[in-house]
Design a protein. Sequence first.
Length: 457
Amino acid sequence: MAQRIVIENAAIATVDAKDTEYTSGHVVVADDIVESVGEGRAPEDLTDVVRRIDATGHLVTPGLVNTHHHFYQWITRGLATDHNLFDWLVALYPTWARIDERMTYVAAQGSLAMMARGGVTTAMDHHYVFPEGSGDLSGSIIRAARETGVRFTLARGSMDRGEKDGGLPPDFAVETLEGALAATEATVAEHHDASFGAMTQVAVAPCSPFSVSTELMREGAELARRLGVRLHTHGSETVEEEKFCHELFGMGPTDYFESTGWLGEDVWMAHCVHMNDSDIEAFARTRTGVAHCPSSNARLAAGIARVPDMLAAGVPVGLGVDGTASNESGELHTELRNALLVNRLGPHREAALDARRALRLGTFGGAQVLGRASETGSLEPGKLADLVLWKLDTLAHASIADPVAALVLGAAAPVTASFVGGRQIVENGRLLHVDEDAIARSTRDEARRLARIAAGS
């Protein structure tokens, strides 16, 4: 018999296709699945109820879905704070190229802990720095996600265009074409789970046009489709990238991606800031997804992505924290607010986004982008019980009548409880399965160790 958790007396934003909301409703979880959602109290005749939660003063939403990140950057936060993207990369690549397995594991712990305690139930990491002899970096990241308890996609990245070939990374920080493809395939074989409710999935993810050869882009796409996994990379992030693509390939980023097989419903790109009308049409036509990272785009002065135009055209869009060397807070729930505010600075002004569209970006939109919209991203019977209880009856939010507006526009709301597949991972703002204080100490120590190694190189 299923064991049931009953959540009652909460405001609920389901983020289903009709944006159904309840002012005082219930959610019933049966094992790892949402069994029912509705107005008022749960049915009285439920059996095998192991827990009842009185969620008075709370908003229940689907768990947040992060669609772009670089966990290893947790131990290089606060550096190169006044640089644009290319200068920032040149400044930090020599340090990043010294990471090892211990550093990567600890940085992943820090990144995951910060997101999970802020309502993220599905995370991803785009890891593309694999120094020779650095250990099992992919395995260490997956282990950290498993321990934290979040659903996870590892985008196994790669770089094969070093400085001698006109790229930005140091030559000793890149892989060979053959080595990158072989290691990526091995990672998929070892870790990818294609089943419903999978806790770990793997995507093929060459880093970016300016750090990857055309052969790696093209053969990476072929590999992903042969293995039946998704594809991820950076795209159209800066004007410098646009210029680079025209100089090197004779075309803009979107045309280059299409020429290498990198547009399609199994692909999502990070950033997509500098997109013209034909670029957006191509993404919409092919159902290529976008990970919108408003804080990082602002931190690196990249620009304002045309999110309202993408959504109007039918492009799937989710939210991303991006690496914490360009978004030091590392929290996705702040991106709900920043997505709304930053996009209102663009040409659509107050009509750009509203609170509910921002919440959709951070939940169902993210699930779409990761290829998991049939499993998570909304609160509906039959979907995975990935959900968050946000406390909205304190000083920070109590005078805001609309709970969704309170969550998106107000201060960062405390997380009373967060569940992944019916398993609780956060209680009263604290992680249940890992030691936050120990993680804080170890991330500080590893950041200092990396700084010493980089300074001595």
